[in-house]
Design a protein around this ligand. Structure first.
Ligand code: UDP
Length: 385
């Protein structure tokens, strides 16, 4: 008898897992998603007014250092080389991000060489902080007050809705500091944008007659899933338990859309670092695909706010109280049989696309091995953090 699986959520976790299971096991898979499209927050579509490929839930740039992940996504669709260059607006001036030699020379009105800039930044860092315990300490230790307040304090407060000192240092560590003129926002080896958008990738991942997708179908954990051998849940872990211990903190993002003729800002992304500006950034999506020609342009102002009951959860805040709640939910989940929790929402972590794909690929192997050995697959792909 073929296995029957139910996957909740058609984002990267659900669709990558579905792809691996259908190709490696005798099985049939149902995927349910509560939205009216597949692809989760990575969904792309052509804007009806301008024809530009729009990242509906905000900019997504594919980056990875892992060749196997890059090869995996490229085996389904074509990616073109794309380097993400971000500008920052601070106190009425435009700078280059991540902080690089151009930024340092501009903000301090210098002509430093790489070695001079490095020595200079050393003098700015707060040496009394030996082991930075949070975002703010990490910034003050490594870049000093002036750069921190110019580019990070206001933006982070708007983005996360709290003092940067309440946030983990790991959030700042996502962004490099460079002592050369390299203004690539990312450090990864492989980077690109899909020629036909991400939705095409999701379609290919689940293109199999034994995979059935139902959209606009919300999962209710109390329903009988006995017809399935296993359920893989990729929704928010607290929602699965009907928020019985309380809600995990998330920030959500809202978008204000504008269209006009020509080119609005000359680059894909400008961050607005001052606290007084209500939005965090403006993304102009035609710059993701410089190989296309469009007379018009479409851009979005992004606003960040706390996630309400009807909002889409984006960024897990992972404050101390959230981590305590998460432990309770994980404990309850670990006691369940016939279900796995996979992905950004089900594990409550700030994950990029390549992390999600890598974890789904790894988990699919563990899952298949466990089934073949007649053992219970691990409920979570990751250890408690
Ligand atoms: N950040 C900031 N100023 C910027 C860009 C980023 O303070 O101009 C901080 C902010 O806290 C953000 C974090 O760095 O959440 C990580 O930035 P990244 O660009 O990786 O965020 P994402 O693209 O995932 O929203």
């Amino acid at each position: 008898m073929p296995y029957r699986f139910l996957i909740i959520g058609a984002g990267f976790s659900g669709t990558v897992l579905a792809n691996r299971l259908i190709n490696n096991l005798d099985c049939a898979i149902d995927i349910w998603d509560e939205r009216n499209h597949i692809g989760g927050n990575c969904y792309t579509e052509r804007d009806s007014e301008t024809g530009i490929m729009v990242h509906k839930y905000g900019p997504h740039i594919f980056n990875t250092d892992k060749k196997e992940i890059w090869d995996f996504v490229n085996s389904f669709i074509e990616f073109r080389p794309y380097v993400h260059r971000v500008k920052a607006m601070s106190k009425g001036k435009i700078y280059s991000l991540p902080v690089n030699l151009q930024t340092i020379n501009q903000i301090f009105d210098k002509t430093f060489t790489p070695a001079e800039a490095k020595d200079f930044l050393e003098t700015l860092g707060d040496k009394t902080i030996s082991e930075p315990k949070n975002f703010e300490e990490q910034a003050l230790r490594f870049i000093g007050k002036q750069l921190y307040y110019a580019f990070f304090y206001g933006y982070t407060k708007k983005q996360w809705g709290c003092e940067p000192a309440e946030l983990p240092a790991s959030i700042l560590k996502r962004i490099p500091v460079r002592f050369n003129y390299d203004d690539n926002y990312h450090n990864n080896i492989y980077t690109g944008i899909p020629v036909d958008g991400y939705t095409a990738l999701f379609e290919k991942l689940i293109d199999n007659p034994k995979i059935k997708v139902e959209l606009n179908k919300k999962f209710d954990p109390s329903i009988d899933t006995a017809a399935y051998d296993h359920v893989i849940y990729t929704g928010p872990v607290d929602a699965y338990f009907n928020f019985k211990y309380g809600r995990l903190g998330y920030r959500t993002v809202t978008f204000e859309k504008f269209t006009e003729k020509g080119d609005h800002q000359g680059v894909t992304q400008i961050n607005y670092c001052d606290e007084e500006v209500p939005y965090t950034r403006i993304a102009e999506h035609k710059h993701f695909t410089p190989w296309e020609n469009h007379d018009k342009t479409v851009y979005f102002k992004e606003y960040s706010k706390e996630t309400g009951e009807d909002d889409i959860p984006y960024y897990p805040k992972r404050l101390q109280q959230d981590k305590e709640l998460l432990l309770k939910y994980r404990k309850d989940a670990t006691g369940l049989d016939g279900i796995s929790f996979l992905g950004r929402l089900a594990t409550y972590r700030y994950m990029d696309m390549h992390h999600v794909i890598g974890e789904a690929l790894g988990y699919s192997k563990t899952f298949i091995e466990a089934l073949k050995a007649g053992k219970k697959p691990p409920v979570f792909p990751n250890a408690e953090e």
